[in-house]
Design a protein around this ligand. Structure first.
Ligand SMILES: [Cu+2]
Length: 259
């Protein structure tokens, strides 16, 4: 008899919990998105470590920088929250650990999908320079990530050395938002990541959640097109960068979420 009473109390308690919504969407919490740059199965190390691409060329990486922007988050019920665009441009720089974990202000809720753009959208590329501040300022933070008015921002930049490269250096600069007065190819890529298998983000006011992503540089070199430093050591135009943009769209995976 005691057992039956105990069981029904548990049943009642669990039913009640399910109907309670623990989130108040009028409140805002911190959600960081961590871009953990890796190379295959190892953490990316600038300057020191040697890696191999899919065509068997060894290389070292001296620089990895890329823009991520226009983040949005979707709940299980399909409703989406888009981060206000003005505050949603980030420059991930492997040499500056403070840059690799942007913090978003998000209404409380459980989010199962994360989307963002790899690059800087065409609208922002063509805005007056007064609207392109912080990491987008072409005279400071973006000085080495900007081609000029028509070609706009370099979205993704990887540089390093390889004995396979003629001249022993490689530089892959990928940009091209579609062009303003003269059309260019569009190398913007939208990334959508399902968090449900490895941990949804449970955002609560006063708490900090972190979506830990891996960004695998090898996948930017290897993929639909396996890049070869012997054939292409330098990329400095939108057209030449398309194969790398196509590969890089698949470099991001979700490892886990800390709630
Ligand atoms: Cu983590």
């Amino acid at each position: 008899m005691k057992r039956i009473i105990f069981a029904s109390v548990i049943l009642f308690a669990s039913c009640k919990k399910e109907t309670d919504n623990p989130y108040n969407s009028n409140l805002t919490g911190n959600l960081s998105v961590e871009f953990d740059n890796i190379a295959g199965s190892s953490d990316l190390q600038l300057n020191t470590a040697t890696y191999n691409n899919a065509v068997g060329e060894s290389f070292k990486v001296t620089k990895l920088k890329y823009y991520v922007s226009n983040f949005s988050l979707t709940k299980a019920d399909g409703s989406t929250y888009t981060i206000p665009q003005d505050s949603c441009y980030f420059l991930i720089d492997e040499s500056a650990s403070s840059s690799t974990r942007p913090v978003l202000k998000v209404p409380e809720g459980e989010y199962k999908t994360l989307s963002f753009v790899l690059g800087v959208d065409s609208l922002r590329n063509t805005m007056d320079v007064s609207k392109r501040t912080g990491v987008l300022d072409p005279t400071t933070s973006a000085a080495d990530m900007y081609w000029g008015w028509n070609s706009g921002y370099i979205f993704f930049k990887a540089e390093g050395t390889s004995t396979a490269a003629n001249g022993s250096n490689f530089a892959y600069h990928v940009g091209g938002f579609g062009g303003y007065s003269t059309p260019t190819v569009n190398n913007l890529r939208k990334i959508t990541i399902d968090l449900s298998a490895r941990g949804t983000a449970k955002v609560k006011a006063g708490k900090s959640s972190n979506i830990h992503l891996f960004a695998d540089l090898l996948k930017a070199f290897n993929g639909t097109t396996n890049m070869s430093f012997a054939s292409v050591a330098m990329i400095h135009s939108a057209t030449a960068g398309t194969p790398v943009a196509n590969n890089a769209a698949f470099m991001f995976t979700h490892d886990h979420t800390e709630n």
